[in-house]
Structures are given as structure tokens and as C-alpha cells.
Design a protein around this ligand. Sequence first.
Ligand SMILES: C[S@@+](CC[C@H](N)C(=O)[O-])C[C@H]1O[C@@H](n2cnc3c(N)ncnc32)[C@H](O)[C@@H]1O
Length: 346
Amino acid sequence: MIKYLGSKRALIGWITGVVQRVHAHAPIRTVVDLFSGSARVAHALKAQGYFVHANDYATYAYVLAQALVEADRDDYPPECIQPILETLMQLPPVRGWFTETYCEQARYFRPENGARIEAIREAIETYHDPLLRAILLTSLMLAADKVDSTTGLQMAYLKQWAPRAHTPLNLQSPPLLKGAGKAHHADALELASALEADLFYLDPPYNQHSYLGNYHVWETLVRWDKPETYGVACKRVDVQQRRSPFNQRTQAHQAMAQLISVIRAPHLLVSFNNEGYLSREDLESLLCEWGYVACFERPYKRYVGALIGIHNPRGEKVGQVSHTHNREMLFLATQHKAVWEAFCGG
Ligand SMILES: C[S@@+](CC[C@H](N)C(=O)[O-])C[C@H]1O[C@@H](n2cnc3c(N)ncnc32)[C@H](O)[C@@H]1O
């Protein structure tokens, strides 16, 4: 999976474990992940046999969800995908807008990899089956992520090339799963009331860090729209307009309250941490209106950029971070008292 700020990579077992424990007391068939991001959590839940709806408003995240959640491996087996990837890998490099913008003006990839990414992306335009196209784009994003020269965020690139940036790009089949699922590309606040499930999982942005701004290269790679860009980081200008209320201190509480109020499910699981716009008390009081609430906490290593240091948009180190761990929180709200008692030993 791609490097992703707030990704639940190291917390997957914790999150899916809570879902499994709920399932042991009140059977769960369908789960909605309204902020699916890298699609890690949705993918892990699908792997456990649930029917998963995965949604995100970023286009690249929607594509990841199409491949990793909606596509059925039986319809797109490796023996069908692998030969296409091998053909794409043989394409001669193309130095065009993508290479100029992200490898020369900015330096997210070495130009030799950028020009291969560009040739492969251009060829993917000729595939019209939406899920096959999403699988190929996912393979390209996963491969490009392995040879990038960032700390995991595209708000800056490293001053010196990262060692991995010298590795040749290598496409591999994404980890598709058998069975059905559904990807959505919507604002969570608009989609939530249209869906009904046994459990909703909410993992919204916690603070001002905008995902579209931090992963603008993936957005452009997927949209392939040669957008107007600005600044040293060459961000798409539209990341300034497509803002999420969860990234605004003044709107986050109201957005969360509105979202929770329209959820139709017996169980709700919410991820948050202690560095976000909402405190544990804020979330508990919102969720108490909705059901019986239990909160679990654990220490968590902050994102890799924080561990390496603070960088300016040119990738130069300009400061040290004050701490390397925070507290990750998981709130379970349930309308079944027996489920709550099973967690709280009541
Ligand atoms: C904390 S991340 C989710 C991380 C994900 N659970 C993972 O493990 O990769 C939050 C996600 O919410 C998405 N997002 C922000 N505002 C949104 C909105 N209003 N509707 C839908 N998605 C939104 C962002 O694009 C981002 O991918």
C-alpha cells in the first residue's frame, strides 16, 4: 500500500480485532469505511469476509478502493493482469509534462523513472474497463511510491535524492481479493445518509493537514489532467478550493456532529488521535448521543516525516520535531447494550 499520513498500517490488527469482537456478539455482514484513504482498512475488512463500501473524496483514493475493495480477483486474476504489466514495463520512456513538472521543476522522482511513469500512464488511457484501469493505476501508484524522493508527503521533496529513488520502477500486481465490494467517490457528508450497514468506520482528517495537498501528485497521476500548479512543490491549484471541513478548526466539530447524526447502523467505530481538532471528551459527548460508547487508546509512532524532521518545501531540514509518539484512539459506539457490556465488562 502507499505511504499515507494517518494510514492505519500498524493499527489494522487492533481495528479489525474490535470489528471481529463486535461480530462475535452481533453478526456483521456489511461495513462502510467513509474515509478510506490508502484503502488499507477497507482491504483488511474485505479480507475478513465483510462486504465493504469504501469511500473517499480524493480521486486517487477512489481508484485505490476500486482496485483493492471493489475488484474481484476472480474477474481479474494475476494471469490476466501480469502480461499487461509486462507490456507496460517494456514501453519506451516519454519525457513530457509529468517528467518536466515532477522530476525537473520539482524532484519527486528521478527523471528516468518519471519518464517511464509518464509512458505507462499514457498507455493506461487506452484501457476502458474502469476496474482494470483502476488496477493498472494502482499498480503504477504502488510502484511510483516505492521510488519516490519524499518523506511520505508530497508537500516537499528531499534535497538529496532518496536512495530508493535510484531503483528502477517495477510494476507488480496489486493484492486483489476475491469477492465483491463497492468503491465510492463522494463527500462523506453527502454519502453517509444514502448508505446503511452493520458497522460504519470513520477515520476523517484529524487536523489541518490536507490530503489533496499532501498527495497532489497521485491526484494528477490518476486524473491525468495536466493542471495548473503553484509553488516549489508544484501543487495543483485546485487543492486550495477542494477543502474538507474536517481540515478546518472552526468546522470540524460541526462536520463530525452532522456526520454522526445521519449514520444508519447499529455500530460505529471512530479513529482519532490526541493531536486533532476534537478531543476525546468532544468525541465521547458526540457519540454518547448516538449509542453506548467505549474508548480504547494506545501510543503510536508519528508519521515518518515527523520522525525525520521538519522540512521546508525545498526539502531542506528546518527544525526538529518535539515528540515522536502520540496517542491513537478508537471509539466504539453501539446501540446494543450487550455489545458494549462485552467490551466494558459491565
Ligand atoms: C485519516 S485519512 C484515512 C486513512 C485511512 N484510514 C488509511 O488507513 O489509509 C482521511 C481521509 O479522508 C479523506 N477525506 C477528507 N475529507 C473528506 C470528505 N469530506 N469526504 C470524504 N473523504 C474525505 C482524505 O482524502 C483522506 O484520505
